[in-house]
Design a protein around this ligand. Sequence first.
Ligand code: DX5
Ligand code: ZN
Length: 275
Amino acid sequence: MVKAIIAPSMLSSDFANLASEAERMLNCGADWLHMDIMGTINDIRGFNTTFAGYFSNIFQFYMSKSEILVPVASLLRHFIHQHILKPYIDALQDGHFVPNLTLGAPVIESLRKHTKAYLDCHLMVTNPLDYVEPLGKAGASGFTFHVEASRDNWQELVQRIKSKGMKPGVSLKPGTPIEEVYPLLDGENSVELVLVMTVEPGFGGQKFMPEMMDKVHTLRKKYPSLDIEVDGGLGPSTIEAASSAGANCIVAGSSVFGAPDPAQVITLMRGSVEE
Ligand code: DX5
Ligand code: ZN
């Protein structure tokens, strides 16, 4: 049987008192501290769309003028997009995976000075590769990136995460099929944890999506000893669905921090997983 791991999500904590909030959770029986790293700048995203659209229109115009120009213009358009625009768009859009802004490596580094706890970092950013080095240095323990943000470079990512001494994990949004993570679980550069999102990533306090339990169940059948984490809307009323499907790492923000007795909620959830 896989070990039960209860990870309060520090997104629901009082950020101004992060160190004491972390200590409070550990005293209540937490195994890991879940750290949500995310961000966005909506204005720049709008700017990018306009910018790319502008170039696209110019080429469309030339393509309609002459048939000879069609293949040339289309090649040129592709070249400009891939080699000139894309690097800028990627750079400008980094950290735009979800519509919220939380914390980064400097905060992890500060917290690390106050605790030896396992810091389970959940990266909701567009370019996770950029954060491996700083988070490794800051003292992160686990590095879970999103499969939607790493389709081209997950092997390199896993390799680098391991080389920095962190545990590599992959997460998937509710709309992403479970099959997408299979390649990351087999072979040399495999991840050691799968985080199945049970809400749309971005905010705490949302409603648990029970239909995500099919993914957990399928994964558990295929990988009996894998760490399977669930995140979003977990608490006393939803833990049973998650644990019976086979999840063993439970992230819970509002249900733990909002409870009059967080230790009781943590104990209850652990009991359900270990049942
Ligand atoms: C959401 C985050 C979660 C969030 C969970 O994007 O990944 O970790 O804090 O919060 P609750 O448990 O309140 O749904
Ligand atoms: Zn999370």
